[in-house]
Design a protein around this ligand. Structure first.
Ligand code: ADP
Length: 323
């Protein structure tokens, strides 16, 4: 019987479990034996495989995280590490591998596919920084989590007439911050793609109060420069002159947890099933994502390392909506 394997790698994202479930069940339905690799590339190198049946992936659809575990693995960045990983797959006669993860994980998958291993990627990261998918699995749920937090912070900010700096995740991509800012009604948004000075942000806050607002929310991407900590330190140093009271709230890993929302569940399910179908048809070396609402396979060469610009329409609208 032909054998396929699946792993999750890098940052976990809500919906990864739904993808694992779909990979396993679609694989079983096509007559494959299905193996799960524990702890991403680290587990692949160490040979941490386990057989997965239909019941092993039951009850996980609505759970965040990943039942297979994940890791960041320095050894996989080396040719020796990748060759060890390939050896483990060959030893078990694995005919194809599904890699569920973000841009780093897909760079690793590309490297493995260049060693003649049939690999198909499923785009999954809360950062939505991966080309080849308009929206990656996990980003929408993380956005909902960030929005719920901003809604609550706005209540207390308004009660005290305060300014809040809210730091959201996204690594070097401003997607989560931009959409949290727009969806959460922020007075200013700091993203890596559009550098601003602390004085520009201070002016936006002062102008918001000047227009009669009772509070100000500034959403800051973790990759923004200056970042939330630097911005807060600057504002503290100039507190008297700037004239507003400031609090910082870092949402952090809370954004990764929680049950996947409808979009992430359904897209993870579609992409997971499609990944197995690709391998069955001997089509690999591709990343699967959602493009224009459809499951789309894009060759790794076109997605790994490719830029993914933010929607210019949203960028234009953001400052207008703060009025
Ligand atoms: P994510 O997949 O969420 O972006 P990382 O960037 O941390 O997370 O990548 C996850 C893992 O993928 C890394 O720890 C490493 O093992 C592997 N990886 C990342 N970049 C490469 C690369 N260029 N070549 C090979 N493997 C890589």
């Amino acid at each position: 019987m032909k054998r396929l394997a699946v792993l999750t790698s890098g940052g976990d994202a809500p919906g990864m479990n739904a993808a694992i479930r779909a990979v396993v069940r679609r694989g079983l339905s096509l007559g494959f034996e299905m193996l799960g690799v524990q702890h991403g590339y680290a587990g692949l190198i160490a040979g941490e495989f386990r057989q997965l049946g239909a019941r092993d992936v039951g009850g996980i659809l609505d759970r965040g995280g990943t039942i297979l575990g994940t890791s960041r693995c320095a050894a996989f960045l080396t040719p020796a590490g990748r060759s060890a990983a390939l050896g483990q797959l060959r030893d078990r006669e694995v005919a194809g591998l599904v890699v569920i993860g973000g841009d780093g994980s897909q760079a690793g998958a590309k490297a493995l596919s260049e060693l003649s291993m049939p690999v198909v990627g499923v785009a999954s990261t809360i950062d939505n920084d991966l080309a080849g998918s308009d929206v990656t699995i996990g980003a929408t749920t993380a956005l909902d989590t960030a929005l719920a937090a901003v809604d609550r912070l706005r209540v207390t900010a308004s009660a005290h007439g305060r300014t809040f700096l809210v730091e959201v995740m996204g690594r070097s991509c401003g997607y989560l911050a931009l959409l949290t800012g727009i969806g959460g009604g922020a007075e200013a948004i700091m993203i890596p793609e559009i550098p601003q000075t602390p004085e520009q942000v201070a002016a936006a806050i002062r102008e918001a109060y000047g227009r009669g607002k009772s509070h100000a929310i500034v959403v800051v991407a973790e990759g923004a420069r200056p970042n939330a900590t630097e911005l807060a330190a600057y504002f503290a140093r100039h507190a008297e002159r700037l004239g507003f009271e400031l609090r910082v709230s870092t949402l952090g890993h809370i954004q990764r947890g929680g049950p996947p929302g409808a979009f992430d569940r359904i897209s993870a399910t579609l992409l997971g099933a499609a990944a197995v179908e690709q391998l069955e048809r001997d089509l690999h070396g591709v990343l699967l994502g959602i493009v224009d609402g459809k499951v789309t396979a894009t060759p790794y060469a076109k997605v790994v390392g490719a830029a993914k610009p933010l929607d210019p329409g949203l960028l234009r609208l953001a400052p207008i909506l703060t009025l």
